[in-house]
Design a protein around this ligand. Structure first.
Ligand code: COA
Length: 160
């Protein structure tokens, strides 16, 4: 799978379709305002949105705010295209977020999740997230970011 930054104009139709589905899962009965979604993407930092592709198709996307707090990164959204569910890609995205957070020297990774979204709840609890704040139908979860492993000198190819 190939990772790249957001290309708003060409990615927008696919992301919009995915977001509509996510909205139905996470905010059932609430009206989806497309203009608000479009504006959020337009104002997002190009470094925060990561698109994962396979053979030109968008398989998943991750919106990670690395500067949500002093030492905290926040997953604003992550989503896997439905034909690819259940193959470990959700777990892979969480690991990507942890890695990028560690590279940016963040200590904590947080997210908000809808309690009725059982797939996402399982993904996050099995990825080590715990509830930090109960917000009724949603909850704020977080976990510690493991620091990057230092590369051992021996693997850098010591001179003979
Ligand atoms: C939630 C979502 C990202 C999971 O992606 P995924 O690629 O299917 O996840 P994975 O294959 O990595 O599975 C991760 C965990 O999800 C859970 N899971 C997988 N298939 C499941 C199923 N059929 N039912 C319930 N949970 C399931 C499992 O706990 C799994 O971990 P395990 O294999 O260690 O048991 C995906 O369903 C999605 O994009 N949903 C719509 C958008 C959304 O709601 N995003 C979250 C916003 S907070």
């Amino acid at each position: 799978m190939y990772r790249r930054g957001l290309e708003l104009e060409s990615d927008y139709p696919a992301l919009l379709e995915m977001e509509r589905q996510s909205w139905r899962i996470n905010f059932p009965g609430e009206y989806f305002v497309e203009r608000a979604f479009r504006r959020e993407l337009e104002f997002a930092s190009e470094h925060d949105i990561h698109i994962y592709e396979e053979d030109g198709d968008i398989v998943a996307w991750l919106w990670l705010d690395l500067y949500a707090g002093r030492d905290r990164a926040h997953i604003r959204h992550l989503q896997v295209a439905e034909p690819y569910w259940g193959q470990g890609i959700g777990r892979f995205l969480v690991n990507q977020a942890l890695l990028m957070a560690a590279e940016a020297h963040r200590e904590q990774l947080t997210l908000n999740v809808t309690k009725s979204n059982l797939r996402a709840m399982r993904l996050y609890s099995r990825s080590g997230f715990v509830v930090l704040r109960d917000m009724g139908e949603r909850q704020h979860m977080g976990r510690w970011v493991p620091p990057l492993e230092p590369v051992p000198d021996s693997s850098l190819g010591a001179p003979r």
